[in-house]
Design a protein around this ligand. Structure first.
Ligand code: DHB
Length: 391
């Protein structure tokens, strides 16, 4: 290897070498810190987002507007006090230009005041309660909202002779958002939610709730459980024989999460859900994304968390391009507002007023494709904003 002195001597072109050296030094580091559950019940969310963020960087280079991007990933274990402590450390000690991730709603709520106080952009890549973006003017979101994902399945149910539904949701903010959105939308068409059941977030046991559903025999069971829990839920649904008892399972796509879907077994075939992302989404952007994600992570299929992480990195890169590498928080957040692009999930916009995401929501049915289970999209609700905040 050549030393610097040998290089200079060897080429005898001091101004050129000095010029290159100068540029390298000017390439100051810009850090982005991802706070993710890498362990615990929501570890799959962390794994998916980290893999997608690293893929984005591998595909788009480590340098933006003459600055070198450094990704820091920290595990908050899914505990809000840890999220808050890590956010503080990243902002104060690491001097990150932005924080991202946020695997669960309470974790996003915990970090929001720090984003406001320090004027640090906070990119919510996973959590999906509508009200999150209202917790700080420095929050933007690249995931989705539960009311946004829920309305299309309520409409589909109404159109498909489903009249009486029991709703079963995880008992925390996004579950309550889903429950309310389903009841309201389904009720408008004359449908009826005959019972609303809530199950705990931590270590849920669905059996007693599913027994109530089996006894009541509704036309369908509407379900929201967060990413990572769908497998346990479906196993118990099938064990209770609900699939054979004629109770249709419907929900947002969190329950048929691509990360777990292929291990759910054939009993899940035919389940209809609505969501903003399926690994089977039929577009050239998505085919390229899925192929590259699998090449970099051989035993993984990207899910909706991955696409939130991938687009969150895109938003950060593009904002930094717009500011010519300036990292002032207000400048970055202003650059993010109103941005539109074609994601692997389809066209998306970060609304300037709400800082929330407008996107297509697809109605999908679980089918076997080449021996693998997928959510196959068959209907599209185009450019859906969060229905609570609007555009
Ligand atoms: C949230 C978490 C999830 O894993 C999900 O699928 C939807 C919402 C949340 O906590 O906001």
């Amino acid at each position: 290897m050549l030393t610097r002195r040998q290089t200079v001597a060897g080429f005898g072109a001091l101004p050129l070498v000095a010029g290159l050296g100068g540029r390298a030094e000017a390439q100051e580091v810009v850090k982005i810190g991802l706070i993710l559950p890498m362990t615990g019940q929501s570890a799959s969310t962390g794994r998916q987002i980290e893999a997608a963020a690293k893929l984005y960087m591998a595909q788009n280079g480590q340098a933006v507007a003459g600055r070198r991007i450094e990704l820091i990933v920290r595990d908050d274990t899914g505990a809000a006090d840890v999220t808050r402590r890590i956010a503080q450390e990243l902002i104060v000690n690491e001097k990150v230009a932005a924080i991202g991730g946020f695997g669960l709603t309470p974790l996003a709520f915990a970090a929001a005041p720090l984003a406001t106080q320090s004027k640090t952009p906070m990119i919510v890549m996973a959590a999906a309660t509508s009200a999150i973006t209202e917790q700080s003017p420095f929050i933007v979101r690249t995931s989705f909202t539960l009311p946004q994902a829920t309305q299309p399945i309520a409409d589909w149910a109404a159109k498909n002779n489903i009249r009486k539904v029991i709703s079963l949701v995880t008992d925390y903010a996004p579950g309550i958002d889903a429950e309310k959105a389903f009841k309201e939308r389904f009720g408008r068409t004359g449908g009826e939610v005959t019972a609303e059941v809530r199950v705990p977030l931590r270590n849920p046991d669905f059996a007693p709730f599913l027994q109530r559903v089996a006894d009541a025999k509704p036309d369908a069971l509407f379900v929201f459980v967060p990413s990572g829990i769908g497998g346990q839920f479906v196993k118990q649904f099938v064990e209770r024989g609900l699939d054979k008892a004629g109770v249709k399972l419907i929900g947002t796509g969190d329950v048929t999460d691509d990360d777990l879907l292929n291990d759910m077994g054939d009993a899940i075939i035919g389940v209809v859900t609505s969501h903003h992302y399926s690994a089977a989404h039929n577009s050239s952007e998505n085919r390229a994304f899925v192929q590259a994600f699998r090449a970099a992570n051989p035993n993984m299929r990207p899910n909706f968390m991955a696409v939130g992480g991938y687009d969150g990195m895109h938003l950060f890169y593009e904002a930094l391009k717009k500011t010519n590498g300036a990292t002032d928080g207000q400048g970055l957040i202003d650059a993010m507002k109103g941005m539109s692009w074609v994601s692997p999930r389809g066209p998306i916009t970060i609304e300037a007023r709400t800082r929330d995401i407008t996107q297509n929501v697809y109605v999908r049915r679980v089918e076997k494709v080449d021996g693998q289970l997928y959510n196959v999209e068959f209907d599209t609700f185009e450019a859906v904003p969060d229905p609570i905040k609007g555009r």
